[in-house]
Design a binder for this molecule. Structure first.
Ligand SMILES: NC(=O)c1ccc[n+]([C@@H]2O[C@H](COP(=O)([O-])OP(=O)(O)OC[C@H]3O[C@@H](n4cnc5c(N)ncnc54)[C@H](OP(=O)(O)O)[C@@H]3O)[C@@H](O)[C@H]2O)c1
Length: 253
């Protein structure tokens, strides 16, 4: 049996299409912040585990740092330790937001981390804690997830284009959008491969360029897309200006 944590999330839903026999749990079924519940779930002796859960609301994490840390770091360490004790392979998902964006060019797996936000800091702490207790664990950092049919940035933009005649989109955050269905496939290829891997599926672009692509396909009632710098669109969490992930290590497999 394969156990996937985070049943109702974007990634878990993509995994469900590839793993129809797997056991998917929501936080109501197994809250991974509750160590007893995790221990109980592991009694079913899963063949391997994918942790697709996370405190993923980047801006909300700024005002709820302890909740974010509990799920993104402390719970990950516990899960990793318990998997290590039982020799169960674990794939854990992390983020491009562990980087500060100051590098010119793509980020490699061993580049220094310096997260700018609570979300990024707690995800990085989760990586460090996990590898300290379970060096055999697999960590896959990914970026800008979207599902072509359902959710993510493209869908948010599409909805806004149905409501507004003018949209302002930031032009100084550059990253690699990732089709969540391709990420799900990549995770399965990385099973049992220890260490950190980067996975992203598309070429780098700015948020503005990405929005422009959506606009060309489905402009809705939106007549004008305005490109703006991030400081004209303040958010509670700071985001890296460059979070382009190099996927050479994954490709070399
Ligand atoms: N979305 C992105 O653009 C992006 C970018 C880079 C990295 N990532 C990483 O990719 C992973 C998956 O992201 P996603 O966008 O699919 O996340 P998501 O849609 O926000 O789903 C996260 C899921 O975590 C589960 N969860 C929350 N608290 C939990 C708890 N205490 N115990 C067990 N499960 C809990 C929830 O599952 P239930 O609702 O079923 O309870 C929730 O649906 C995360 O690690 C995220 O950090 C995402």
């Amino acid at each position: 049996m394969i156990w996937v944590i985070g049943k109702n999330g974007m990634l878990a839903k993509a995994l469900a299409k590839l793993l129809p026999q797997a056991h998917f749990t929501s936080r109501n079924e197994v809250d991974i912040c509750n160590f007893d519940e995790v221990q109980h779930a592991l009694k079913a002796e899963p063949q391997f585990i994918i942790n697709a859960s996370g405190f993923t609301e980047v801006d909300r994490a700024e005002s709820e740092p302890e909740k974010a840390r509990l799920l993104n770091a402390i719970a990950v360490e516990n899960l990793g330790e318990q998997c290590g004790n039982r020799n169960i392979p674990l794939i854990h998902v992390s983020t491009d937001f562990v980087f500060d964006g100051s590098k010119e060019g793509p980020y490699f797996e061993d580049d220094p981390c310096n997260p700018l936000s609570v979300y990024g800091k707690t995800k990085r702490e989760g990586e460090e804690r996990l590898l300290a207790v379970n060096p055999k664990a697999t960590i896959v950092r990914t970026s800008w997830l979207y599902n072509p049919k359902i959710v993510g940035f493209t869908e948010t933009i599409r909805k806004l284009m149905e409501q507004k005649t003018e949209l302002k989109i930031v032009n100084d955050q550059v990253g690699r959008p990732t089709d969540v269905n391709l990420l799900a496939q990549a995770l399965l290829k990385l099973k049992g491969k220890p260490g950190i891997y980067h996975y992203a599926s598309e070429a780098p672009r700015s948020r503005y360029e990405w929005a422009l692509e959506v606009w060309r396909e489905t402009p809705g009632i939106c007549k004008t897309l305005i490109s703006i710098p991030s400081d004209e669109y303040p958010t509670p969490a700071r985001r890296p200006t460059n979070s382009v992930l190099s996927t050479l290590k994954f490709q070399s497999l």
